[in-house]
Design a protein around this ligand. Structure first.
Ligand code: PLP
Length: 370
């Protein structure tokens, strides 16, 4: 019964590959012909272009977004005994990276409207051990980075942005990743800027920190066989850099296309009283995810599925309620806004290349179902 191809898939990468195929294959071929497999000129070139895109000075390419977060934490001096404040409504990698650095994740609830960490909850969670504050720009909407920057400056903590979902998002003219000392990105294939495999990057405006990140990602080598710090193998693949360099030329248009789909959804659904994503004044949402907050999510998903429309759920369980993280010591009810959002959010299809007819079909189907 279910083997039929959906009328509106949740994501479709086939169109994009058709468009890029010739360019991508020739860039990969050139990279391999030059025997450039890891780091090297390809990665350096992509780093320079990605830094420009983020309106930040330096970008350091790594092997995935989780390594990017871990490296930023290590370069911020975060280690055992330190606390890092983040949100429970995120992908587990945010919390896992803090533990990988040897520090203790301290969670603070979200603002139910923006779905991002609430600065007043962050203030309440600060202790003398707080070493970093790590907001996640959920779904492509930046957290209140200016309030968080003030809070982190006041308590002597470092601000690290988990911008894995927010390439090109803006807050008061500043791009995601460029406000904190570090901004961390993922280029997982499903992200707004996705490699054809795994990749990530850290951006920073600090030249010494950039040099430290470059050293740390390559086993702490300052020069060949001279290990000046304890590092990791977090090197970026040259093939992924070649792919990303091509995709970076299209990202502004793709973000614009996501924003058009989102605006169409919101203009149809919000007047009907449905809770659509917030885009506060002064912010530019990059719509990695377009999620509605509805009381009967399963009912809606079922009805849409009958009409051939795929939906998804981005994080049905907040991190503090995941079996692997019970040792953080939090209980049900501790972060009511995160728990409510996790129970009610449902993500609609959104991807560049989605047609106007498909967008219309989804919006109409949601209105009919609710
Ligand atoms: C995807 C993601 C990560 C991890 O990135 P990977 O490239 O998958 O390691 C971290 N944080 C958030 C918020 C993410 O969405």
């Amino acid at each position: 019964m279910k083997s039929q191809k959906p009328c509106v898939p949740f994501l479709d990468f086939t169109l994009q590959y058709e468009e890029l195929r010739t360019e991508v294959l020739s860039a990969i071929d050139e990279t391999l012909k030059a025997s450039n497999f890891t780091l090297g000129a390809r990665v350096a070139q992509f780093e320079a272009q990605f830094a420009t895109y983020c309106r930040q000075r330096y970008a350091v390419g790594v092997n995935n977004g989780t390594s990017a977060l871990h490296l930023a934490l290590v370069a911020a001096g975060v280690g055992p005994g330190d606390e890092v404040i983040t949100t429970p409504l995120t992908f587990v990698a945010s919390v896992a990276a803090i533990e990988a650095a040897g520090a203790t994740p301290v969670l603070a609830d979200i603002d139910g409207r923006t779905l991002n960490i609430d600065p007043s909850a962050v203030e309440a969670a600060i202790t003398c051990r707080t070493k970093a504050i790590m907001p996640v720009h959920l779904h492509g909407l930046m957290a209140d980075v200016h309030a968080l920057k003030e809070i982190s400056d006041d308590c002597g903590a470092v601000l690290i942005e988990d911008a894995a979902q927010a390439h090109g998002a803006e807050c008061q003219g500043q791009r995601s990743g460029s406000v904190g000392l570090f901004g961390s990105f993922s280029f997982y294939p499903g992200k707004n800027l996705g490699a054809y495999g795994e990749a990530g990057a850290v951006v920073t405006g600090d030249s010494e920190k950039a040099a430290q990140l470059r050293c740390l990602r390559d086993w702490g080598q300052e020069s060949k066989s001279k290990h000046v710090m304890k590092g990791f193998n977090y090197r970026m693949d040259a093939i992924q850099a070649a792919v990303l360099e091509i995709k970076l030329r299209y990202i502004e248009a793709w973000t614009e296309s996501r924003r058009e789909i989102a605006q169409k959804y919101t203009s149809e659904l919000k007047p009907a009283g449905i809770e659509t994503p917030e885009e506060p004044a002064g912010y530019l949402h990059s719509y990695h995810v377009y999620a509605l907050k509805v009381p009967d999510r399963e009912g809606l998903r079922e009805q849409l599925s009958l009409m051939g429309i795929e939906t998804s759920i981005h994080y049905p369980t907040p991190v503090h309620l995941q079996p692997a993280y019970t040792d953080l010591g939090y209980k049900i009810g501790e972060f009511p806004e995160s728990e409510l959002a996790a129970a009610r959010l449902v993500s609609l299809p959104i991807f560049p290349g989605m047609t106007r007819e498909q967008t219309e079909m989804v919006a109409t189907a949601v209105l009919r179902a609710i």
